[in-house]
Design a protein around this ligand. Sequence first.
Ligand SMILES: [Zn+2]
Ligand SMILES: [Zn+2]
Length: 324
Amino acid sequence: MARRSNQSDPELLRKKLSELIENFTNELKLNDLRGKVLKLVPAFHLLRDLGSSLITEEIPAAIDRVIFYLKKYPERIIKGDELMVVSGISDWPRRVRELRVQQGWAIISGVTAKEMAEAEESGDMEIEGRSLSKIKTDEYVLLNGERDKQAADRWFQANTIRKLKGVSVQDKILKYLRANVGSPVTGEELRYVANNRSEWARRVRELRTEEGWPVATRTSGWPELAIGTYVLEEDRQAPAHDRTIPDDVRVKVLERDQHSCQKCGWNHKQLNPSDPRRLLELHHKVHHAQGGENTEANLITLCNVHHDAIHAGKLSVEDFLIKQ
Ligand SMILES: [Zn+2]
Ligand SMILES: [Zn+2]
């Protein structure tokens, strides 16, 4: 129900509303319920008009007022009620969805943030000093003020994958990530691919920690990534012996090695399409299969090129330049 009066002068609207409320004192004395309700309806409409009139720029469409407001306060926690006020319509949640799906704005909802936190995928990520798990289900955050123009295409792709029959949630997520190698996708997209099943975040984490897919997040190896985004860095699984590394160990090793290859010093900041080095992997010095443990002492950070070299027998652990 999109309605908006052609009067958008806030002071005028305020006066009318105030008059209506003032006169309502007479209705309150009467016993006619329906009469009271009918008298209040215009007050509701005026209140909405007043809310949408607060955005003074000439922005007639509710959806545009919603994104105008979110863009004014990026990376801030915005309550759904605020969006109700500025949109002036009751179906504002649908506009938020359209902004994400059709226009590619990275708007994360409290529901998604909570699920990421529950799957321990958010680490100590904070927005306005609140951990992701503390964001309420009726709150929203615009993660950055830039529209991702590819996102609209990705949502189309996501929609195709989510409808696949007989494919597990994890496989759908993997399919989607593999279709977008190297491009950050949002938790909202992965949740959608998973048909909004709350297990999505856990399944993503398992792809990294158990299946050895290089799915990076800000807290699991790529600190420059935006909050709430995931990247499949390369379309390949780690060699079987380098899988099943718990995230806390992974993060400790990466931090110890300053997020850089211990052979050549490469890190994500040097990412460049003409360079075959594209991601960091953890290598077990004593192979897992030979009893090597998932401990900091037994793990070392390598770029994909030097990790391949070591598995091809062209390099040995003793060759490392850096500290170890
Ligand atoms: Zn290297
Ligand atoms: Zn290895």
